[in-house]
Write a protein that binds this ligand. Structure first.
Ligand code: PGA
Length: 249
């Protein structure tokens, strides 16, 4: 049985002061749970704050939203995977749609970042998803699987089996439009099939999260789908009480 995963992507919100207040409030109302895992993805400056807050809580973990694919060097403004690890992160989002479409990150760069994460002992959460025009052109599966295959290129089965994946249709992110649970499940099935092709039966144990305007009202239906193993939540994860309600789904 895979434990359901609830991942909060705070994007560029909640600096250390807000993050501390959020965690204090969240922890006060969310006692340790054994049947689910909660991941926080604060901005890099708040990672240590969140990591300190969850130190005594094995059911809660923290990750970074992005890393550079080199371990160190002259890359002003960037953070590396070993540094994220040192700051207390266990996970890293790779290829989030805002990285791909706002910052122009290529499929190949996402693949290099996955490799950097694995080198550093971080669990990569590879995010994939199609634009609205790509969906309307009937290219959803082709786009998602192209991103997926580039993201895991050159990895062995054990490495892929230890990763997480997130399907986030770009048109559903921050727009209030969600894929129907059935649509999400269909794409998750295609991802599962591609993973199976790549690594065999071990693919069955790999968590695939859904993201894009997930809220406390739609999370239960999404999670009820067979292939939806968790959710990756942006806007609705920013308020401690609202997030608490979602993770209890
Ligand atoms: P959203 O963001 O929940 O605000 O749509 C999800 C994400 O981008 O990970």
């Amino acid at each position: 049985m895979k434990l359901p995963i609830f991942a909060a992507n705070w994007k560029m919100n909640h600096g250390p002061t807000d993050a501390r207040a959020f965690m204090k409030s969240f922890l006060a109302h969310y006692p340790r749970q054994h049947d689910r895992k909660v991941l926080f993805f604060p901005n890099a400056l708040s990672v240590t704050t969140v990591a300190d807050a969850v130190r005594e809580r094995p059911d809660l973990e923290v990750g970074v939203q992005n890393v550079h694919f080199e371990d160190k060097g002259a890359f002003t403004g960037e953070n590396s995977a070993p540094m994220a690890r040192d700051a207390g992160a266990t996970h890293v989002l790779v290829g989030h749609s805002e990285r791909r479409h706002v910052f122009g990150e290529s499929d190949e760069a996402a693949g290099r970042k996955v490799q950097a994460a694995l080198r550093a002992g971080l669990t990569p959460v590879l995010c994939v998803g199609e634009l609205l025009a790509e969906r309307e052109a009937g290219d959803t599966e082709a786009v998602v699987l192209r991103q997926l295959r580039a993201g895991i290129a050159g990895l062995d089965a054990q490495q892929v089996a230890g990763m997480l994946f997130a399907y986030e249709p770009v048109w559903a992110i921050g727009t209030g439009r969600t894929a129907t649970p059935g649509d999400a499940n269909t794409v998750h099935q295609a991802i599962r099939a591609a993973l199976r092709e790549a690594i065999g039966e071990r693919a069955m144990g790999v968590p695939i999260l859904y993201g894009g305007s997930v809220s406390r009202s739609n999370a239960p239906q999404l999670l009820a789908e067979e292939e939806v193993d968790g959710v990756l939540v942006g806007g609705a994860s920013l308020d401690a009480d609202g997030w608490n309600a979602i993770v209890r789904a």
